[in-house]
Design a protein. Structure first.
Length: 518
């Protein structure tokens, strides 16, 4: 087998360097940074150390977006080839696993590093605003680059061992959540178990668990940025977080390399994933898909995208276990929660999960049809385009039934908090603004899923997040000057709704165009 590594890697870098989209994205990032300088300059007299505030905002958002890029972008670098049935063709060319991994993943990681470095010349302007030094900027971006190496290679490992992009994204998300939130949850629990005598103080188990929680906490980029962004920082740019993240990135890359052949040895014919369903002749016939409903598209997407009745049952049980685990952990820590507190926690958690799943469904409901080249077959159905899209989305919304069930439990436990929340959403223009912004995010997710093959949801989130954070300072300034907050946010809500409606119509036209090209 030809062990050449450089040619495929070099070709991937050249293709990225010659792509106009690369420079458009970099130019867009620079433009967003320039626009962020405007509200900072306007409020420089009101803030102490405005340069430090600007740097904290930019690097904090960058670290968070890198976390999102793991499951939304890097987690599909290999699974895309598996699902498109092209990974076998790459292996037939004599390319080694190392060459494929470098060309498919590391080249994308280097492009993301260049995107980070494109920010540095403008971020240096924060020194002129005051409150920040060049060593702080250098240390912050060293932490971000190491964080990017860790997240991208963790996602590469998930993409290598998983057969589908959705599973790879889920595994990446679980590992990242465990890495960042494990110390906050595990550390107090270990201390409580030691104090109650469940674990022996200084014993092997308590020492290992406590050391692991402390180690992962110090390896977090958010912990390192908190240290770097303190006033008067004079440390060395290469600290424990940088070395540990680079080491973890190398470990996951080597693990992906070692498991590549085993994970890609047998390539099955690609087909859209089906949820947790059973045959009608099985012992659980009530979990089978059964016959198609009168609204066949709704039935299809409920079982193929939302997972069907089996997945809904598993979600219902897991949500109950999660909520029960939170209540049990609070009891162990000596902070027992009453019924009303449990209702508030349940409503907040399920509402957050619903808000997380809705953009994912909006990106997959049309994006999966484009991916599997079935849009043209669906569009020949004797119904309007709008009806087709709505029927498909209804099937995905049925997958939210377990979340709504637990949300109803939370409402029953604390009806007062629910009534106050509904009253705020109905009567306060500030709440209108954030609700309409979320509706705009859903439309962006649906549109970019038709525009891009990979990373559409991430791009939608980036544009929405930066757009909202660019508009919000101007809204606050307008409110402070005019002292008419309700009118300002009401007008902004109307504008956002108009943008969402325009983008919705644009998405439907784009749907027809993409279907005609297949």
């Amino acid at each position: 087998m030809n062990m050449a590594v450089a040619p495929f890697f070099r070709q991937a870098l050249r293709a990225d360097a010659r792509s106009a989209r690369t420079y458009l994205i970099r130019g867009g990032v620079v433009l967003l940074l320039i626009l962020n300088l405007i509200p900072v300059q306007k409020t420089a007299n009101l803030l102490g150390a405005p340069g430090l505030h600007l740097l904290s905002y930019i690097v904090g958002i960058s670290a968070f977006l890198i976390c999102l890029a793991g499951p939304m972008f890097f987690a599909s670098v290999i699974t895309d080839e598996k699902e498109s049935m092209t990974l076998g063709l790459l292996k037939m060319t004599g390319l080694s696993p190392l060459s494929i991994l470098l060309g498919k993943s590391t080249s994308q990681m280097l492009a993301a590093v260049m995107l980070l470095l494109a920010q540095v010349p403008l971020v240096v302007l924060a020194v002129a605003l005051g409150g920040v030094s060049r060593p702080q900027i250098m240390a912050a971006y060293c932490a971000l680059v190491a964080h990017l190496v860790f997240v991208s290679n963790l996602a590469l490992f998930s993409s290598t061992i998983c057969a589908r992009g959705s599973r790879s994204a889920m595994l990446t998300s679980i590992l990242l959540l465990g890495f960042f939130f494990g110390p906050q949850l595990g550390g107090p629990i270990v201390q409580h178990m030691v104090s109650t005598g469940t674990l022996q103080a200084g014993g092997f188990v308590s020492t290992v668990l406590g050391g692991l929680c402390k180690w992962s906490g110090k390896a977090s980029v958010f912990h390192q940025l908190g240290v770097v962004l303190r006033t008067g920082f004079s440390g060395f740019p290469i600290e424990f977080q940088v070395l540990s993240n680079l080491g973890l990135g190398l470990f996951f890359f080597l693990f992906a390399w070692a498991s590549f052949e085993r994970s890609t040895r047998e390539q099955k014919e690609a087909a859209p994933a089906r949820g947790l369903t059973f045959r009608r002749t099985s012992r659980l016939p009530w979990l089978s898909a059964g016959r198609a409903w009168a609204y066949a598209l709704t039935w299809k997407d409920f079982y193929f995208l939302a997972g069907g009745k089996g997945t809904a049952l598993v979600k219902l049980i897991l949500l109950g276990a999660l909520l029960g685990g939170i209540a049990f952990a609070q009891h162990m820590l000596g902070n027992p929660i009453d019924l009303e507190d449990f209702g508030s926690i349940t409503m907040g958690m399920t509402l957050g999960l619903i808000c997380l799943q809705l953009p994912i469904y909006h990106s997959r409901v049309l994006g999966n049809e484009r991916k599997w080249r079935t849009l043209s077959a669906i569009m020949i159905l004797p119904m309007p385009t709008r009806t087709i899209a709505y029927n498909k989305m209804l099937g995905c919304l049925l997958g939210l039934v377990p979340d709504l069930v637990w949300f109803s439990v939370g409402v029953a436990c604390n009806p007062k908090a629910f009534a106050e929340g509904v009253h705020a959403v109905v009567t306060e223009p500030t709440a209108w603004y954030f609700v309409t912004q979320f509706l705009l995010l859903l439309q962006l997710a649906a549109y970019f899923s038709l525009l891009l093959r990979r990373g559409g949801l991430l791009l939608a989130f980036v544009i929405w997040f930066f757009g909202m954070n660019l508009v919000l300072p101007f809204m606050v300034t307008f409110v402070a000057l005019s002292r008419r907050a309700d009118e300002g946010f009401a007008v902004a809500s109307i504008v956002v709704v108009m943008l969402a409606v325009l983008l919705h119509n644009r998405t439907l036209r784009r749907l027809e165009r993409v279907a005609g090209l297949q």
